[in-house]
Write a protein that binds this ligand. Structure first.
Ligand SMILES: NC(=O)c1ccc[n+]([C@@H]2O[C@H](COP(=O)([O-])OP(=O)(O)OC[C@H]3O[C@@H](n4cnc5c(N)ncnc54)[C@H](O)[C@@H]3O)[C@@H](O)[C@H]2O)c1
Length: 378
């Protein structure tokens, strides 16, 4: 059995519990069954956490501070599904206690904090993953295969839009509106920045504008994170990129568009059309094709592929693929990179997000500087 302790039973904690349960039922058989050993939550969230623990079958719910549980914890894998301020310290502490670590994005609210998380976890030798789930969307994986195969020629341009209305109808502001990394750049942009790195290559320079119009109805918050941002970047391979994200978008429930142009063709993905890609080669016009053929990497994840064909995947399935990749790494010693994002990827994205905020504040073009894990310069 691979025993799992999870911190946080909110939106994404429930998704990860569901994913772990789904991995149990996958045809991609794991060496050991995953076991939902322990859920750590706050006393304030006792009622909903009790329901979540019962719904997914956690063996215990613990409401004391995670710091009191690290040493005695007998888990193999720690899943950090708490809000951003809990990511670094809890991940480092569990890794230092010998647990493999899976942590939500953004890895931290600042580049220094993310670097501390990466360095602290890396030094222990445990497996680590930062949950950039887009890497596990079969269409994105297919896009990467096609780009690497040269189907669109030399890559010149990456374009992304991530628009998701995150306002609470009551007007109340969630922790995202005040905690570092919770703004449009850290929360939404980080996903598409990681996809750019995954599909095209590392970001070298970036310039950006951010905007904040949200107001704290109680007038208590000193700082409100960015509601939206637009950025332009250059990549190591000479390509250019644009990023555009907002959490205040009247008409968009969830728009997530990613396009890559090359010398020969262009390829396009839209989150609301999760099972499709669009390709245009040599100005031949856009052709839409399904990514659900028998050769997609998870076509037989739940059911055999055969005369009954391959079926569409959902956003929820992508989380199961991601968790399965982590469980395989834990059980078989396989690499999290490069199909999965590691804490190094989480750190690098944090450097880029910080450069976005700084570029906007300083009205500047920022060269993104990346440190290695042993670099102590801040
Ligand atoms: N990969 C994705 O697509 C995706 C989607 C949503 C959220 N996220 C990330 O997941 C993280 C959590 O987001 P969410 O939407 O689930 O937030 P949420 O507010 O719904 O849930 C967070 C939970 O953590 C609990 N918590 C807070 N501090 C704690 C502590 N010290 N100890 C134990 N429990 C604690 C809260 O009570 C709450 O139940 C964020 O970092 C977010 O960026 C990722």
């Amino acid at each position: 059995m691979t025993s799992i302790t999870m911190l946080g039973a909110g939106f994404i904690g429930q998704m990860h519990a569901l994913s772990i349960r789904s991995c149990e039922n996958s045809r991609h058989i794991l060496n050991q069954k995953p076991r939902l050993l322990r859920l750590i939550e706050r006393e304030e969230a006792k009622k909903s956490a009790t329901q979540t623990a019962a719904r997914f079958g956690f063996e215990e719910l613990r409401l004391e501070p995670w710091q009191d549980l690290v040493k005695s914890d007998d888990c193999d894998l720690f899943v950090n599904a708490g809000p951003n301020p809990v990511h670094a310290d809890a991940s480092i502490a569990f890794a230092q206690a010998g647990k493999h670590v899976f942590c939500e994005k953004p890895l931290a609210g600042s580049a220094n904090e993310a670097h501390r998380a990466w360095a602290g976890v890396h030094s222990t030798g445990v497996k680590h993953m930062c949950a950039f789930v887009h890497r596990f969307i079969p269409a994105i994986k297919q896009m990467r295969r096609m780009i690497l195969a040269g189907d669109i020629g030399e890559v010149l341009h990456y374009r992304s839009q991530f628009l998701l209305d995150m306002r609470d109808p009551s007007g109340a502001l969630s922790w995202r509106f005040s905690e570092p990394g919770g703004g449009a750049a850290g929360d939404l942009g980080s996903h598409h920045i990681d996809v750019a790195r995954f599909l095209v290559g590392e970001i070298e320079e970036i310039s950006a504008f951010t905007r904040t119009s949200s107001k704290d109805p109680e007038g208590k918050l000193k700082h409100i994170t960015d509601d939206s941002f637009v950025a332009v970047a250059t990549l190591a391979n000479g390509a250019v990129a644009t990023f555009d994200a907002s959490r205040i978008v009247g008409g968009h429930a969830l728009t997530g568009r990613i396009e890559v142009d090359g010398t020969k063709g262009s390829i396009s993905f839209d989150m609301e059309r999760l099972n499709e890609l669009r390709l245009s080669v040599n100005r031949g016009g856009w052709r839409t094709f399904l990514i659900t053929g028998p050769d997609h990497p998870y076509a037989d994840f739940y059911l055999p592929v055969g005369i009954q064909g391959a079926h569409p995947v959902s956003w929820r399935d992508c989380f199961a693929y991601q968790m399965h990749h982590m469980l395989q790494a834990v059980q078989q010693g396989s690499n999290v990179a490069e199909l999965g994002a590691t804490f190094e990827d989480g750190y690098r994205v944090a450097e880029i997000v910080e450069a976005v905020i700084a570029a906007s504040e300083e009205r500047a073009v920022k060269k993104v500087k990346y440190r290695n894990h042993s670099d102590r310069s801040a």
